[in-house]
Design a protein around this ligand. Structure first.
Ligand code: ADP
Ligand code: TRP
Length: 486
């Protein structure tokens, strides 16, 4: 499965508008049907402009809710609501490895490349003094390159304005590969050479590359006040629709109207029912329908499109625990991929040597409560298998899961690494909760949390084949709780 990656910076106030939706989020959920998708809230990037603690916290929280609500809303429409499927949603600063990679990439990035980057160039063109430009802004393309390269994606869906950053990323990746590439070092061993970084492609669908604002002139943008909101109260959205630019030469509903440049129809092309939109277009051109009626239809179409997401927004807002859980799972998945790349990078540049004791597996264990890498490892090798971590857990509580014929929910104490919820699907073999209650068993504890109905299983009980293929459990009653077996 091909991998895609994208990010949104929580500048502005974190609220998304229909331009963001068409230009970014919708692509993403479409692509998620057939791709493995990494989507980050690029909070470190926001620091170039947002330098107020409260403001940043607010922006990031708002953006998280906006993005998740939109994604879940889209999945609702597809009837797949409860699961984020292939989407790994996380916050950039929850994976500090991006910053480490940036530090390394700094050393293969020429100054001239950054001077040509448009965020910096635009400022210089506006006669901003060099002393007023912080290095975060200047360096921005290198952090973005690190964001991308660390996950080795095939495609990077972005708006047109970010195209240059993806090109810079390719340039930096190419330089890294040339300087530190395995190819160079192993050129005598034919066929063994392998570059660390994959050169990603920007993905910019033409028809949504730039969504114009309600003024019909400039790109839809919060700072220009020409947006249509997604999560604002309905009367706000109605006002935004009513103030949308149509055809200035049309005074009466009986005047022949124009479609080109008419933003109400431009939006309807994305949100309306195509048959109905075509009918309205011909009525409009022949002076048989009023602007207000077309606008009313746009308003209805928008509400229809976003009702599932708006519902999700309220739900998520009222359930911070769920939001945190999604981010925690996302960060765990993202870290396990990022750590693998960083191990390769450290080796390629020579940061590892005969005295090395440091390995990312150790770091991951320390920094993250155990949820990690195996689920994303496509082909499990013997080395991967050796990473399986087994511990003794004491079953504090065992109950049958309602609405399931298979599952028993175990609340398991692992002493030093805490309590975990772990599901096992063994009722069909005649096991009951009483069998597990109060006893000690062996559990695998370093798995990516896995969704079971509407909770996550944070590990797995170990079983071996018993009589007649019935799973048998290994009693660990004589071992101390929490102890690591392997
Ligand atoms: P299936 O999930 O294929 O229907 P079962 O539910 O019978 O099979 O058993 C698999 C068990 O593996 C689950 O009950 C669950 O406890 C456990 N498990 C938990 N986390 C993971 C994980 N990340 N990967 C694989 N299995 C997991
Ligand atoms: N710079 C992007 C923007 O402002 C956001 C971003 C950060 C990003 N990291 C990324 C986009 C990595 C794509 C890939 O919109």
């Amino acid at each position: 499965m091909k991998r895609i990656l994208s990010g949104i910076t929580p500048s502005g106030d974190g609220n998304l508008h229909i331009g963001n939706y068409l230009g970014a989020v919708r692509q993403f959920t479409q692509l998620a049907k057939t791709h493995e998708c990494f989507l980050m809230v690029a909070d470190l990037h926001a620091l170039t402009t947002v330098q107020d603690q409260k403001q940043l916290q607010h922006n990031v929280e708002t953006l998280i809710l906006n993005e998740l609500a939109l994604i879940l809303g889209e999945l609702d429409k597809l009837g797949k609501s409860e699961d984020l499927e292939n989407i790994i949603f996380f916050r950039q600063s929850d994976v500090p490895l991006h910053a480490e990679l940036q530090t390394i990439l700094n050393n293969v990035t020429p100054l001239g490349l950054l001077k040509r980057a448009h965020a910096y160039k635009d400022k210089m063109a506006r006669d901003v003094m060099e002393d007023e430009i912080n290095l975060g802004l200047f360096n921005y393309p290198i952090l973005m390159a690190a964001d991308i390269l660390i996950y080795k994606p095939d495609l990077v869906p972005v708006g047109k304005d970010q195209k240059q950053h993806v090109e810079i990323t390719r340039d930096i990746a190419g330089r890294f590969n040339r300087v530190f590439g395995m190819k160079k070092r192993n050129k005598e061993i034919k066929g063994q050479g392998k570059d660390v970084f994959k050169l990603p492609e920007a993905y910019i669908p033409e028809d949504v590359a730039v969504i114009l604002g309600t003024d019909g002139k400039r790109k839809m943008s919060k700072s220009l006040g020409n947006i249509i909101s997604i999560f604002a109260p309905v009367d706000v959205i109605r006002k935004q629709v009513n103030s949308t630019y149509t055809d200035p030469s049309r005074v009466h509903a009986t005047d022949l109207g124009h479609i080109e440049g008419n933003m109400v129809f431009a939006y309807l092309d994305h949100f309306g029912n195509p048959g109905k939109v075509n009918e309205l277009k011909s009525l409009y051109q022949s002076g048989k329908v009023a602007d207000v009626e077309v606008k009313e239809y746009l308003f209805e179409s928008l509400l229809k499109t976003f009702t599932p997401a708006r519902k999700r927004y309220q739900e998520l807002k009222n359930n911070p625990k769920r939001v945190k859980e999604i981010l925690e799972t996302g960060a765990a998945n993202a870290r396990s991929v990022a750590a693998q790349t960083m191990q390769e990078v450290r080796e390629a540049v020579g940061l590892t040597n005969q005295y090395s004791f440091f390995s990312y597996e150790e770091v991951q264990k320390l920094s993250f409560k155990g949820a990690q890498s195996l689920a994303l490892t496509k082909n499990i090798t013997i080395d991967d298998f050796a990473k399986v971590e087994q511990r003794v857990g004491l079953v504090k509580e065992a109950v049958n899961v309602e609405k399931s014929e298979k599952l028993i929910r175990l609340t398991v104490d692992f002493a030093n690494i805490g309590m975990r919820t772990i599901f096992t699907g063994v009722r069909p073999f005649g096991y009951t909760p009483e069998y597990f209650q109060g006893k000690k068993y062996l559990f695998v504890v370093n798995l990516v949390p896995r969704k079971m109905l509407n909770e996550y299983s944070q590990g797995m009980i170990l079983a071996v084949d018993g009589e007649d293929g019935k799973p048998a459990f290994i009693s660990a009653d004589n071992l101390p709780v929490g102890v690591k077996i392997r």
